[in-house]
Design a protein around this ligand. Structure first.
Ligand code: COI
Length: 331
């Protein structure tokens, strides 16, 4: 492996984990070589998009020990999403056990310290056959993994975001607040349009007032003004990011006032800094945001608050900073 040039491309690790569910009962899961899966053409996921995914990372510490970051939070979020999508979900213990087994079976794919992480992708899908619109009769919980580096091709350099005001990511009452697979394909058009114009990703506005910040296609958003850090409240259309939640806690511990609220797009004009958070993205500084033809620029760099938050979070995740919060789980 060329550990120095890891991006976010797929390099499938050797093993995946599969656990099937029928009649609300998850049978014992098992590891197998990574490979194709058999799926009925009439499965719920292929026909009606009944599926959820999670994203999490395993890191290798300086002493060689492997660690997961807050896996219980992914397990809980999957359960919340499963309830919304009418699916049964693994218990927290089943979920964590599956993720641990997958990470350990693939330990040779966890990059050396400081070079990246093993991205772990749990999926829960309606795999049973169905024709009329209804919950699938069977489900499959699957976990695969790939070593990764930085999510954006910019690496750790600042992102240039484009505020989208034609397409929306989520609507009130929809499933934007959970990690449904169906939330992701509809943003591809907006992303590819923005990328063709040289932007890194798209920042969405709320679909009712077309005024308040929602999130970026692949991550949550934060703005900093003075000592106040704000992020859109998770009121149903915003994904409850685990990195988002962790950064809120770290920023509060660092003495910032953190507000979860509606943020009108006009506030970008006043912001000192803007940054994104997510499992894949970690904490990414935003250098500029373009809205209705106007480009607004923000502070980035070694002295920025986003860099301080990034270093603290990654320090905890990789064992360089003592984890007083019980967020890391050694495996
Ligand atoms: C993650 O951050 O883990 C995600 O699921 C976002 C995805 C678009 C890569």
């Amino acid at each position: 492996m060329d550990w120095d040039n890891l991006g976010f491309g797929l390099t499938p690790a050797d093993y995946m984990y599969t656990m099937k569910c029928s009649n609300d009962y998850f049978e014992k899961g098992r590891l197998s070589r990574y490979g194709k899966i058999e799926l009925s053409p009439s499965s719920g996921v292929l026909n009606y998009g009944q599926g959820l995914f999670e994203g999490m990372k395993a890191y290798r510490k300086e002493d060689g020990q492997l660690v997961l970051f807050r896996p219980d939070q992914n397990a809980i979020r999957l359960q919340t999403g499963a309830e919304r999508m009418c699916m049964p979900s693994p218990s927290i213990d089943q979920f964590i056990d599956a993720v641990k087994q997958t990470a350990l079976a693939n330990k040779r794919w966890v990059p050396p310290p400081g070079k990246g992480s093993l991205y772990i992708r749990p999926l829960l899908v309606g795999s049973g056959p169905i024709l009329g619109l209804a919950p699938a009769p069977e489900y499959t919980f699957l976990v695969f993994a790939s070593p990764v580096g930085n999510y954006f091709k910019e690496g750790l350099a600042p992102l240039n975001l484009y505020v989208e005001d034609e397409f929306h990511r989520a609507t009130p009452g929809g499933a934007g607040g959970v990690k449904a697979i169906s939330n992701y394909a509809p943003v591809l058009k907006a992303i590819s349009r923005a990328k063709n114009r040289g932007f890194s990703d798209v920042l969405y506005l709320d679909s009712v007032n077309k005024k308040n910040l929602e999130e970026v296609s692949s991550c949550n958003i934060f703005i900093l003004k003075g000592n106040i850090i704000s992020t859109p409240a998770t009121s149903g259309t915003i994904l409850a990011g685990i990195t988002r939640k962790s950064i809120i806690e770290i920023a509060s511990d660092c003495g910032f006032q953190v507000e979860e609220r509606a943020i009108p797009v006009d506030e970008l004009l006043e912001a000192d800094e803007v940054f994104c958070t997510g499992t894949a993205v970690v904490v990414a500084p935003v250098g500029s945001i373009t809205y209705r033809g106007k480009r607004i620029e923000f502070k980035t760099g070694a002295q920025s608050v986003s860099r301080e938050l990034y270093s603290t979070l990654v320090g905890i995740q990789t064992g360089l900073i003592k984890d007083n919060k019980g967020w890391t789980v050694e495996i």
